[in-house]
Design a protein around this ligand. Structure first.
Ligand code: KG4
Ligand code: ZN
Length: 392
């Protein structure tokens, strides 16, 4: 079967088409089309993401992206769509009264197409920025009505959890072996969570951040030292240089909640500590920036690694799955691998491959397929809503 997936929860408009074949226990996925339109350059000018601006950009990007992905999958064929009846047209008109800006784009592009060989649509419904999420949700609902195929709501965080299943490179991949109980460490610009996974799709969140997410802290510290949004990769690069050049350890930052006895996190105090320290230091030299970046990164990551290890021990974890943009952080990768190997070399550990790590539609398609196996009819359309604060 073929799944079209759509993701618009934050500042990336992403659409992909995945072909799923083989046994349902060990499915094989082939990427037929996949595109991400990033708004990062725009938001960088303002130092963060504004929901109304994000929504406007999604509206602009979504239809051209959809056409492009259909073309890449060889599914863009002008012709007659048998499922487009007068009553379907009326339902779509009613739905799109809520998305007037998108209305003519969709109508012009999708109404004139033959129904493509797509069997279901997976759509991110939350968590994220609600106005942004609604763009994707209404687009997906329109296509579901137009082609009369199931709509599968997907939790964005479940997408990040499932993002590690693709461990081989290339367009075709099998699901990596996962032994339960597994543990997902979710680290992004919006979330910092530890989730125990007892079986496919059975989640127990055991801890989360009380304030800022770890990626958000990276972004804020980047801003403090004068680097553009999103600052995670830049801070990480500076920290690496400090290590390579063996720069002196002139600053010390706290390891927040390290000994709290819980699996919760807190990153806002660490960011404030960086802010005070930089004020005290005055004008920062490049060397100062590297020293600050290294100490910040090591403080932020030490807490993630130690709490992950504690959870591995307490819950007899067999597989660790790291998801979200911060999973790209090479220091986190090496520290976590090292600590887990020391603890028990049998434990499997997975980080997402690059195209699955920051926000993308591939992970939504993969999670959507597992949801589809549970409910092949998909969701009742009028129950599918965007929810900014949805949890796993
Ligand atoms: O998962 P993601 O693309 O979007 C959210 O759902 O938030 O994560 C984006 C976050 C940003 O905060 C970015 O700075 C951070 O991931 N990030 C990194 C690195 N690459 C991306 N943080 C630290 N080190 C990195 N290498
Ligand atoms: Zn994300």
């Amino acid at each position: 079967m073929n799944i079209l997936s759509i993701e618009t929860s934050c500042d990336e408009t992403a659409i992909s088409i995945l072909r799923v074949s083989g046994n349902t226990e060990t499915p094989q996925f082939t990427i037929l089309g996949n595109h991400v339109a990033s708004q990062i350059a725009l938001h960088a000018q303002y130092g963060g993401v504004f929901p109304a601006l994000a929504k406007r950009e999604h509206v602009k990007a979504i239809t051209p992206l959809f056409i492009q992905v259909l073309k890449d999958a060889n599914m863009h064929k002008i012709g007659v769509n048998d499922t487009l009846t007068e009553s379907v047209k009326k339902d779509i008109e009613t739905l799109l009264t809520r998305e007037v800006d998108m209305h003519s784009d969709i109508i012009q592009s999708a109404y004139s197409l033959e129904k493509p060989q797509i069997d279901a649509i997976a759509i991110t419904t939350g968590p994220g920025l609600e106005p942004a999420l609604w763009v994707g949700v209404n687009f997906a609902k329109t296509l579901s009505m137009l082609w009369n195929i199931p709509l599968i709501p997907v939790n964005h965080m479940e997408g990040h959890v499932m993002s590690v299943v693709a461990q081989t490179s290339g367009d075709t991949f099998e699901v990596a072996p996962i032994t339960f109980p597994a543990l997902s460490l979710l680290v992004s610009g919006g979330h910092t969570e530890l989730v125990v996974i007892r079986d496919w799709m059975v989640y127990e969140k055991i801890g989360q951040t009380k304030d800022d997410a770890v990626g958000e802290a990276f972004d804020k510290v980047a801003r403090i030292v004068g680097l553009p949004y999103p600052g995670g990769p830049a801070i990480s690069a500076l920290a690496r240089e400090a290590r390579e050049q063996n720069l002196p350890r002139e600053v010390e930052f706290p390891r927040p909640m390290l000994h709290s006895g819980t699996y919760d996190f807190s990153y806002s105090g660490l960011k404030t500590a960086v802010l005070y320290k930089t004020k005290e230091m005055g004008a920062l030299t490049d060397e100062h920036k590297k020293i600050i970046a290294r100490e910040f990164e090591e403080a932020a990551i030490e807490v993630l690694v130690k709490k992950t290890l504690k959870a591995i021990d307490q819950y007899s974890i067999q597989t660790v799955m790291v998801g979200g943009g911060v999973a790209n952080n090479s220091y986190l990768q090496s520290e976590l691998r090292k600590s887990i190997k020391n603890y028990n070399p049998e434990i499997l550990i997975y980080f997402p491959r690059t195209d699955f790590s920051t926000d993308n539609a591939l992970m939504i398609g993969v999670a959507g397929y597992y949801q589809f196996l549970k409910n092949k009819n998909g969701a009742q359309l009028d129950t599918v809503k965007a929810c900014g604060t949805m949890t796993l």
